[in-house]
Design a protein around this ligand. Structure first.
Ligand code: KIV
Length: 261
């Protein structure tokens, strides 16, 4: 069922929200029934394009993949992840987000950053663009932050994240992704705001959970984040299928008569 952003916001406290990443039409179609939100994450730079981090994802690439996801799942609520540099200032962010709305059917954009990005979020929401926030561990800022560090380990850090959530809510976001935060701090963040807090590596106390599809299906083998759960060993299945195909070609059993014109 296609939900709009207001309906997603109203799910807080009533029903857990399921967010899954998708980068193409094929998987978007497969995930459409299970996911309340399909996120075209800039993680595609890593799991789809093989880069070492997400910083190289461009707005053009995000728009291309978002079009594909919207084509595959026209009934789904699709969120485009604003790539690194595309929301450096409110003006840059507005120009980029207007392109997203004009060129794709995405319902919203996602912005990494806390209180320091509240003005950007407000500029978008006051111009009719729905925004999902993204706070806690910010993959786009990992170089400046000196690595991927779990947040909320102490009182000051937990309080700061709760304040970030409140700032993003006040700027008009309809939900916020909370990444890489101690489980003990996540409940505090959840309770600090009325908008849903969707966790990834943030424990079970969030209003919903998001997973990167290639982690969920076991296709991404470079590393397995502690928080990710592999529901199938997709990499083994794909390798096995490719090996069987190769064997059938080599020994001449593919194609058979039924597979020939
Ligand atoms: O890029 C992405 O896939 C994300 C999720 C990890 C939330 O931002």
């Amino acid at each position: 069922m296609k939900r709009n952003v207001a309906q997603i916001a109203a799910m807080k406290g009533k029903e857990k929200i399921v967010m899954l990443t998708a980068y193409d039409a094929l998987f978007a179609r497969l995930f459409a029934d299970a996911a309340d939100i399909l996120l075209v994450g800039d993680s595609l730079a890593m799991s789809f394009a093989g880069a070492a981090d997400t910083l190289g994802a461009s707005l053009d690439q995000m728009i291309y993949h978002t079009k594909a996801v919207c084509n595959g799942a026209p009934e789904s609520l699709v969120v485009l992840d604003m790539p690194f540099g595309s929301f450096a200032t409110p003006e840059i962010a507005l120009a980029a987000a207007l392109r997203v709305y004009q060129e794709t059917a995405a319902a919203a954009v996602k912005i990494e950053g806390g209180a320091e990005k509240a003005e950007v979020v407000r500029t978008l929401t006051t111009n009719g663009i729905a925004v999902a926030g993204h706070i806690g561990l910010l993959p786009q800022f990992f170089r400046a932050a000196g690595g991927f560090k779990v947040r909320g380990k102490d009182e000051i850090s937990a309080e700061r994240i709760a304040e970030d959530a409140a700032a993003i809510e006040q700027a008009g976001a309809f939900c916020v992704v909370l990444e890489g935060v101690k489980a003990s701090a996540a409940a505090r963040v959840r309770d600090a705001v009325k908008i849903p807090v969707i966790g990834i590596g943030a424990g079970a106390d969030c209003d919903g959970q998001v997973l990167v599809w290639s982690d969920m299906l076991g296709f991404f083998e470079a590393f397995k984040p502690k928080f990710a759960r592999r529901y199938v060993d997709g990499a083994a299945l794909a390798r096995e299928a490719a090996a069987k195909f190769a064997q059938d070609v080599k020994n001449g059993t593919f194609p058979n008569a039924d597979e020939s014109y």
